[in-house]
Design a protein around this ligand. Structure first.
Ligand code: GDP
Length: 305
């Protein structure tokens, strides 16, 4: 994880490292507070969160700046409901970790083209199979010619069955077939790839709603998870799109990819704050095992320790 986050890590440590470790000393010098503020904003943590972090650090009982900063940042990576718990339990392994196991059997994976959706589905397959779960994929992006083929290649490589539909066919039909097949076979988890084109006449959001309805129908009684894949490199732009997806198909989780390619890993903070949805996994590379369940404490430790 430290390697995957090396760019953000370097950016933060170059500044925060210069401040020294004594909290009191740092906060009596205006220039060092400004440096810290700058480092957080440069990492895309966002203004409001940065203000809150500085307040928390200032009020911290920790004498050590780095420790206080790590705790304050961890809080910002937790949705509201869990923040209180963290405040109580502190920065410790006892604080409950994000649950990455889907509640039901079907996970719709949505997001804009190019963010790493198909690769992430492959990585998810590898992750859950490694934990003894049976997995299926549905090639629901019938719009992009290569998408089905790409998922097919991953399926073959990982030994995961892939339900395909005709190119240009109805994605809802593929999703329905796949969800029915999953139920019939008793497979533990089905990941449904979806289209991510934006600038076309077809209404992507309406299509996603329909896919969701169809899955609910094929697998009644099971909550369908909807995970949005976001590319960390696109920063704030990606977040604006994320809100549109969230309005159309309420999200139950977020996966942030390409954290290895940016010094702005702080973008996770505004993602959690503005969507109010937990981050389930982070992507830190192109290989099938470059996906990690997200843990706010591990993440912050990898940035500073
Ligand atoms: P999709 O259009 O959203 O399905 O995107 P793809 O899955 O085809 O991925 C687009 C590109 O991003 C591919 O070259 C992937 O290898 C790459 N990619 C995906 N996830 C990551 C990641 O976490 N880190 C890096 N460096 N590249 C990634």
């Amino acid at each position: 994880l430290r390697d995957g986050l090396s760019k953000t890590r370097k950016q933060l440590n170059d500044t925060a490292g210069n401040l020294g470790t004594d909290l009191k000393d740092t906060f009596t010098r205006l220039d060092s507070v400004e440096d810290l503020e700058y480092a957080l904003i440069a990492a895309d943590v966002g203004r409001t969160a940065t203000e809150e972090i500085l307040e928390d650090v200032r009020a911290s009982r920790q004498p050590n700046l780095q420790q206080a900063l790590m705790e304050a940042l961890t809080l910002q990576l937790e949705p509201d409901a869990r923040r209180a718990q963290f405040r109580k339990l502190g920065f410790s392994p006892d604080a409950r970790r994000t649950v990455v196991d889907p509640k039901g059997h079907v996970v719709m994976v949505i997001g804009v083209n190019g963010v790493g959706k198909t690769t992430t589905i492959a990585k998810l397959g590898q992750y859950y199979m490694g934990r003894g779960r049976s997995v299926m994929f549905a090639a629901g992006d019938t719009f992009r010619a290569a998408a089905g083929a790409q998922l097919g290649v991953w399926g073959e490589r990982l030994g995961v069955p892939v339900v395909q539909g005709p190119e240009g066919g109805d994605p809802a039909a593929v999703a329905f077939d796949a969800a029915s097949a999953r139920a019939a076979r008793g497979t533990d988890l089905l990941f449904v790839d979806t289209a991510g084109r934006l600038h076309t006449k077809h209404n992507l959001m309406e299509e996603l709603k329909k896919v969701r309805r169809v899955i609910d129908k094929a697998d009644p009684g099971e909550p369908t998870e909807v995970w949005l894949v976001l590319d960390a490199v696109t920063g704030q732009n990606g977040l604006a799109q994320a809100k549109k997806f969230h309005e159309a198909t309420p999200l139950t989780g977020v996966i942030v990819t390409k954290l290895d390619g940016t010094a702005k890993g702080g973008i996770l903070v505004p993602i959690v704050r503005e969507l109010g949805v937990p981050i389930k996994f982070i992507g830190v590379g192109e290989q099938a095992d470059d996906l990690q369940p997200f843990d706010s404490q591990d993440f912050v430790r990898a940035l500073f320790d």
